[in-house]
Ligand binder design. Structure first.
Ligand code: PGA
Length: 248
């Protein structure tokens, strides 16, 4: 898999701002040896897709979430089926959804299944609340992941992308250190191989910026980034992408 850099725009931008930034990112993506994924708010997915009719190279769209239900009386919900053919990826279980929208492991598991049913590739977020150097941390992380992934079919496990996002690093300006990330990535891949027979790609997210992207690019076996704040500005995002991919 090409490395993946995901721009998680969260709940930002008017329509003109979103389409302008998507165009700018698409132009940057064409030059990069990576897949760049833009995750806009739901209502901007179609206009962005329409504004990119020239089908730029290396660019894909993601939703930031999805309903755990298939269809029906769920006011405000957006189903996986409605997103089919609009996005290639969807974030699942972002900590902001787990905290503010009370998305439990059971809900996350249902979301994964709904995406799988329509062929949208899930980017499943996981991460600890508090920083810890103890090995118990890794056990806690794997326990949480195993609850999200319990009973998932092999074909889904083949498609899932994991995004390690320690909560203490998100939006704080305090990214995790490269060796800390390398340890989690190595452990996550080894655990996945041992328990599910597969080694999914693992991304890192949490205060990724122009100053740390280069060293993150050297973290062993790290397959990409999930970028929040620094993806809201083309100059910053372009530098992040270029720095991260310096050694590719
Ligand atoms: P941040 O957000 O880069 O602003 O820390 C990352 C995320 O929440 O995906």
């Amino acid at each position: 898999m090409q490395r993946l850099i995901v721009a998680n725009w969260k709940m930002n931008f008017s329509l003109p701002e979103a389409t302008a930034l998507a165009q700018a990112i698409a132009r940057v993506a064409e030059e990069l040896p990576a897949t760049i994924v833009i995750a806009p708010s739901f209502p901007w997915i179609i206009p962005i897709k329409e504004s990119l009719r020239w089908q730029p190279k290396n660019l894909a769209l993601a939703s930031q979430s999805v309903s755990p239900w298939r269809e029906g009386a769920y006011t405000g919900g957006v189903s996986a089926k409605q997103l089919q053919h609009l996005v290639d990826y969807s974030l699942v279980g972002h900590s902001e959804r787990r905290v503010h929208c009370h998305e439990t492991h059971g809900i996350v598991a249902d979301q994964l299944m709904r995406l799988h049913e329509v062929g949208i590739r899930p980017i499943l977020c996981f991460g600890e609340t508090r920083k810890s150097e103890q090995s118990a941390l890794l056990e806690q992380l794997m326990h949480a992941l195993s609850q999200d992934l319990k009973g998932m079919p092999d074909a889904l496990i083949d498609q899932v992308i994991l995004a390690y996002e320690p909560l203490w690093a998100i939006g704080t300006g305090k990214s995790a250190q490269p060796d800390y990330i390398a340890r989690v990535v190595a452990h996550t891949k080894a655990w996945s191989k041992a328990t599910m027979g597969k080694e999914p790609p693992v991304l890192y997210g949490g205060s990724v910026d122009e100053d740390n992207a280069r060293e993150l690019g050297q973290v062993k076996n790290l397959d990409g980034l999930l970028v929040g704040g620094a993806s809201l500005n083309i100059k910053r995002f372009q530098v992040v992408c270029r720095q991260f991919l310096t050694h590719v």
